[in-house]
Design a protein around this ligand. Structure first.
Ligand code: AQP
Length: 330
């Protein structure tokens, strides 16, 4: 039996270069060796207020972006999280096996509470429990994520372990897959904070659907430093970020990327970085433009995806129900 991968992205904007390098690019590779399940995690996205019309549109766009990036709908399961009710059901049960203290330590909760001080809702607080349910429902072996999700994944492991200790071997304890280069792509405008799709400043991120002129302009404006030397070194956050992006896109280390540009000026370096991004993203944009017109095809994928995901999720959930003592449905 092949091992299983699960991962997802919240449709809170458009997929950024950070999401692509940290997560999606690795999904494509892992498809060759694993049974993969990729969700558009719409239930996570409403922990922050969303415009309903926009959210619906974005969910469809996300699915098209997954396929355009190279997720193979013939082999991998793709679905909208809200279409598989077992995620919410398991999440409730797991809430009863998660401690307030654990959730209070989550850095994403602290960051997002600061950013959305007017709406610190319970969903924002229990977000990692829903994430644990997403993963554990499918007996997931490996979860490809960026480094920002590492803490949540460790909590999923702790919850699985805790449950297994009480009830026997119910959940597979998942491992994180964090890419060696580009696990934390930084904002182009503030290279000390991570690139985020909901950043109010669009110059901070590159969307995978940005056109070549926009990409060139954003990279040209990327914050660097004034010493004019291209090297991968502590304190050179802006240059380090561009070297990591270049390295992740070409499959080399940031140090080797720096060697490629030795003796060059920042202008040439930025042109090289833009070029590789444009080259990588062009086929994705072309494919996306085709897919977004093909509503029937996309509907078929998410409908079948939810059915396939549900059939796995139902089995895990009914085992959990039996273990905790719920009466069998007749
Ligand atoms: N900057 C990043 N570098 C590398 N990986 C990243 N990921 C996110 N940002 C970076 C990875 O992308 C996947 C999907 O993330 P998510 O949508 O579930 O939530 P997030 O981590 O909160 O991503 P964003 O883009 O920052 O969204 P918003 O702005 O809505 O909060 C995850 O695997 C994540 O690690």
């Amino acid at each position: 039996m092949r091992k299983r991968v699960f991962s997802g992205i919240q449709p809170t904007g458009c997929i950024t270069l950070g999401n692509y390098i940290g997560a999606v690019k690795n999904w494509i590779e892992l498809q060759k060796e694993y049974d993969c399940i990729f969700s558009v995690v719409d239930m996570h996205s409403i922990t922050v207020r969303q415009d309903p019309k926009e959210l619906r549109k974005r969910c469809m766009q996300f699915l098209c972006q997954y396929i355009a990036c190279g997720i193979d709908p013939e082999n991998s399961i793709m679905f909208f999280q809200s279409h598989v009710p077992q995620h919410a059901e398991l999440s409730w049960i797991l809430n009863c096996y998660t401690y307030m203290g654990e959730l209070s330590r989550m850095t994403q909760f602290k960051d997002k509470s600061q950013k959305h001080a007017e709406n610190i809702n319970a969903g924002l607080f229990t977000y990692p429990v829903l994430m644990a349910a997403d993963i554990l429902l499918y007996k997931t072996d490996l979860v490809p994520v960026g480094v920002d999700q590492k803490q949540h994944l460790e909590l999923s492991r702790d919850i699985a372990d805790r449950f297994n200790k009480v009830y026997g071997d119910v959940f597979t304890v998942p491992e994180a897959y964090i890419p060696p280069v580009g696990a934390r792509v930084m904002s182009l405008q503030d290279p000390t904070s991570k690139m985020s799709k909901s950043d109010p400043n669009p110059n901070g991120y590159i969307w995978i659907l940005d056109d070549p002129d926009t990409i060139t302009r954003k990279i040209k404006r990327a914050v660097t430093d004034s010493d004019g030397v291209i090297e991968y070194k502590e304190g050179k956050d802006g240059i380090n970020n561009l070297l990591s992006i270049y390295g992740a896109m070409t499959g080399i280390t940031p140090e080797d990327a720096a060697k490629e540009f030795e003796g060059k000026g920042y202008g040439d370096f930025k042109a090289g970085v833009s070029e590789i991004i444009i080259e990588t993203l062009k086929p994705i944009r072309d494919k996306y433009n085709e897919l977004i017109e093909n509503k029937d095809y996309i509907e078929k994928i998410y409908k079948e995806g939810a059915e396939r995901a549900s059939s796995i999720a139902r089995r895990t959930l009914s085992k959990v129900h039996r273990k905790v003592g719920f009466v069998d449905r007749v």
